[in-house]
Design a binder for this molecule. Structure first.
Ligand SMILES: [Fe+2]
Length: 464
């Protein structure tokens, strides 16, 4: 799946309340006084004697939010009030809303900018009523999906399996010479574990389970195109939104929008690579609470990396972007002498214009996935968000690192991990600390290669 322009989102307040009898009732009364409806309210233990509250509000006029924030701040038991909203400048600590727990991704289910069953007049399946009905049926699975449910199983038809097989046959010829070594390492594992191959369309449930075991990434079904903000926010939870419908049988090597061939052959293999998985996660974390302009820049970085990235591999350049790995024509073109290739540099990449209906005239070449991750992490430090965040994989929550108690818990966790690491080193042969340092330096400067494979004869005309 890909990303696109933004959409409206809920409004939330975060604040801390000193625990004492009746205090919450007094706080909620201030919302009622401002004529604001609460959609949901959650509380969690904060520092000693304090509870942290997360309140989602119905969209209301900015002046009402500002009034409520001022009233909250004037309450002697309330501290650390933050506003998460798309209505900018309603408060000095205002940042755009972002999901804080993995269940919040459920709110994206119907917030698609275009639907899988909506086909343009030039789509190969536009006049095929049965095909349109089939896509509508599959996207309905995504509409109904909620966190915790089994991922939808699609009983693909013989014709759909045949279409997949034709795509597989064409692309798999190119992967050994065009795809990066990380891709070529993972693909056989997908054959062994997730039924990849020419005979049938793999199920995203099998793929999601495999990815979870490898890197902690999982899949969710999606009806169509999400906003850039929503799509990238999900990356912070190591979640990738995947379509399940397939391109029209009349044109197996062409699709104007993401389909399961693009997702499964273009995107999925590299999410099993630890460094690529972490790089993608960094983009997601950077997107949480980012301004609209920052989201646009991240989406552009996503475009030039996850979708159309090239990477050094020894003395060669290979492709790792999903838009290339699922596009027969552009894969060969990207590695030819026709386009321009320049080193990946986030601050420049983020503001580079690009076409979406033709081959890219310029590709960014990364040193390695590990290096990309460090570059994006450094770039994100320039963003305006007034606090740092981290993803707690155990609770599947986003933690806001904005007070001493939270930071102390974080530090204690790191200390525990560090002690465990030291104990493991003590039990491992050749565990001289100098070896560890050398390994770290080697990793930091390692260059990898990435290459791509392909899929479409005609170029996809969508943002993948
Ligand atoms: Fe994509």
């Amino acid at each position: 799946m890909g990303a696109s322009a933004d959409a409206t989102t809920p409004i939330s307040l975060l604040f801390s309340v000193v625990d004492r009898p009746g205090v919450l009732e007094g706080v909620l009364a201030r919302f009622r006084a401002c004529d604001i409806n609460l959609v949901s309210i959650e509380s969690r233990p904060g520092k000693e004697g304090v509870y942290d509250f997360f309140v989602d509000l119905e969209p209301v006029a900015p002046n009402r939010i500002e009034q409520a924030v001022q009233m909250l701040r004037s309450h002697d038991a309330v501290t650390d009030v933050k506003t998460l909203t798309h209505e900018a400048n309603t408060a000095t600590t205002s940042v755009p809303w972002f999901p804080r727990k993995i269940r919040d991704l459920d709110t994206f289910a119907e917030k698609v900018l275009s639907y899988g069953e909506d086909l343009d007049a030039d789509h190969p399946g536009f006049t095929d009523a049965a095909y349109r009905e089939r896509r509508a049926h599959i996207t309905e699975n995504a509409r109904r999906y909620r966190t915790g449910m089994p991922l939808p199983h699609v009983e693909y038809t013989p014709e759909e399996h045949k279409t997949w097989g034709m795509v597989w046959k064409e692309l798999s010829q190119l992967y050994p010479t065009h795809a990066c070594r990380e891709y070529n390492y993972v693909l056989p594992l997908l054959v062994q574990n997730c039924h990849f191959g020419p005979d049938r369309v793999p199920q995203i449930a099998d793929v999601s389970s495999f990815l979870r075991d490898c890197t902690g990434w999982t899949l969710r079904p999606v009806m169509g195109l999400l906003s850039s903000r929503d799509f990238l926010n999900a990356f912070a939870f190591r979640v990738f939104h995947s379509t399940q419908y397939i391109r029209h049988a009349s044109s197996p090597l062409y699709t104007p929008e993401p389909d399961c061939c693009h997702e499964l052959l273009g995107h999925i293999p590299l999410f099993a690579d630890p460094d690529f998985a972490d790089f993608s996660h960094e983009i997601g974390l950077a997107s949480l609470g980012a301004s609209d302009e920052e989201i646009e820049r991240l989406a552009t970085i996503y475009w030039f990396t996850v979708e159309f990235g090239l990477c050094k591999q020894g003395t060669e350049v290979r492709a790792y972007g999903a838009g290339l790995l699922s596009s027969f024509g552009e894969l060969s073109y990207a590695l030819s002498d026709k386009p321009q290739r320049v080193p990946f540099e986030p601050s420049k990449t983020a503001v580079t214009a690009y076409p979406i209906t033709e081959y890219q005239p310029l590709y960014y070449v990364a040193e390695s996935f590990h290096h990309m991750k460090e570059q994006v992490r450094e770039y994100a430090r320039t963003f305006q968000r007034p606090f740092a965040v981290r993803y707690n994989a155990l609770s599947q929550n986003i933690e806001i690192l904005d007070n001493r108690d939270v930071l102390l818990r974080y530090a204690n966790g790191i200390r525990g991990d560090l002690m465990n690491l030291i104990a493991a080193l003590g039990k491992t042969p050749h565990s001289d600390p100098a070896d560890l340092l050398a390994a770290h330096r080697a990793t930091a400067t390692e260059t990898t290669a990435t290459g791509t494979a392909a899929a479409t004869e005609t170029e996809p005309t969508h943002r993948r």
